[in-house]
Design a binder for this molecule. Sequence first.
Ligand code: C5P
Length: 228
Amino acid sequence: MSANPDISVIAPVITIDGPSASGKGTVAQLVSEKLGFHYLDSGALYRIVALAAQQNNIAWDAAEALGKLAESLNISFKNGEVYLGETNITEAVRSEEISRGASEVAIHPQVRNALFALQQSFRKAPGLVADGRDMGSVVFTDAKLKIFLTASVEVRAERRHQQYLGKGLMADFAQILHDLQQRDLRDSRRSASPLIQTPDAVPLDTTNRNIQQTVEFVLTAYKNILQN
Ligand code: C5P
């Protein structure tokens, strides 16, 4: 046996990157369950930083203070729920306001650097499925399979709209569409780890695919890699 076991063999990674509301969270979670892999929702980390900043009166453009805050947070995930210290913040981090805040705090390299090691610590045997914007391009560059999920902004806005209505929440389609367009621009134009499709990522347009078909596509692509 080699003295330095290869982490990419012991704990292979599948990355699923893409824009907001592309369905990557649901797909990544289902793929991780099918494979018995761990799951990292990296967007939740940026959401937590935005929420904690709000609670501590730190502005979303205060890069240095946000970086220090991100380093100090006691973040944990238990049974799919998100905790800050002992407090369950699963619902609080999903609000539209915190979604916007997450994409604002995410532009700062200080915040991204502070979260880098935390994200890598999710890589454990038998493997990890990680979703976000820069999972394949920055955090897990040696991932076995990199998927870049897309869907038209209208379809993504409609999916988000239905999610809100399904939860009995008021939702304005035009506002959701506008917010998604703003977030897409911020995520792809920022200089620190922008949302990009790397040459080694497999593009997957889900405009005309449902969740089940998308999950099957990812599982088949992974199986093919293992066989080759
Ligand atoms: O994926 P989710 O919508 O929860 O992400 C919230 C925000 O966090 C995104 O709009 C993006 O700005 C940021 N993010 C990021 N890098 C990641 C994951 C999320 O910049 N890997």
